[in-house]
Ligand binder design. Sequence first.
Ligand code: NCD
Length: 360
Amino acid sequence: MAKRIYDISWDEYQKLQLEERRPYLMQPDGAPYHTLFAQQFGLDLLERLAQSANEIRAIAKTREGSEFLKALLSHRRAMLYFSQPSSRTFLSFVSACQILGISTGEVRDTAISSEFKGESREDSVRTFSSYFDLIIMRTPEKGLAEHMAWVLSNSERPTPIINAGSGQDQHPTQALLDIYTLLRSFERSGGLRDRTVLFCGDLLRGRTVRSLSYLLTHYPNIRQVFVAPPQLQVGQDVQDVLKAKGADFALTGDFQGALPAADAVYMTRIQDEWDEKKGESARIDTSRFKFGAAELKLLAPRAILMHPLPRRDEIATVVDSDPRAMYWRQMRNGMWVRAALIAMTFGCDTAIHEHFRRNY
Ligand code: NCD
């Protein structure tokens, strides 16, 4: 099991850089115990995860294979605690659990949970840990999943936590499925190296961008280009991380100018749920940051177009039928990657690998 966090106080723990927190969150074999942020994942782990996702995907195709997978964790239960809106992340986690035979429970509306009666989050999460073996949580607050992981690691049931989106901060499992999508897309053309990844949209408040941008620094010679109106341009914290890593990156407002050089374009939605004043985002001119028929003409023939979804109008529906549009496959990839992550959390990715080697 992971080094339990209790040998460090919460105050001391919080003073650590994300990378320094890593050892507290991992298992001896290098797999994550709690999955809280992208900085827990190095190249080896990303490779291992992608391989496991590929194996699960192949094994799940047959009834026998799917029965093998379902037997792996049929003695486990997972709690999905989603106090922020979600469709695909929620459903892909439920599906990932189903693939591995894990039964699930959920709280999505805290107005009908005991939090409404004034129960603290700590007590709610400890309650979940009494009934479940894994907690998958999405919250509007930055750092809450991490604090809960610390709380549970100090309890007699140090149930693992997976962060399914923490405010504007991190969305590690989205970044994992994005990397998996990039790896698969470039598999036959030299891999994820020597590429330009263009991010476009609300880069300031999009948590998927922060997590993915970090993971991309592990791959050789990746240039990151951030395209946004000035008010929504990527935050200083992300830029500082890229600088510290020696990553090649640029900021621009010229979408059409930057497009032809991109190997992957990662569109994002305007995150106006975070507006301080209602309707504030609507006053920002985002018209030049949308992907339509004209942008499709500028996109390189072998490039791919991604989006974490949900989209609004930043990708026109006419683009959907283009073979470079990767967002639907990207979404399905999320299910396989999350199944691989959960399998790894419970130490059964080796059994999956063995089964794959014997049968495929
Ligand atoms: C993203 C999120 O929740 O951050 N959605 C998702 O999980 N696929 C992106 C978004 O909401 O814009």
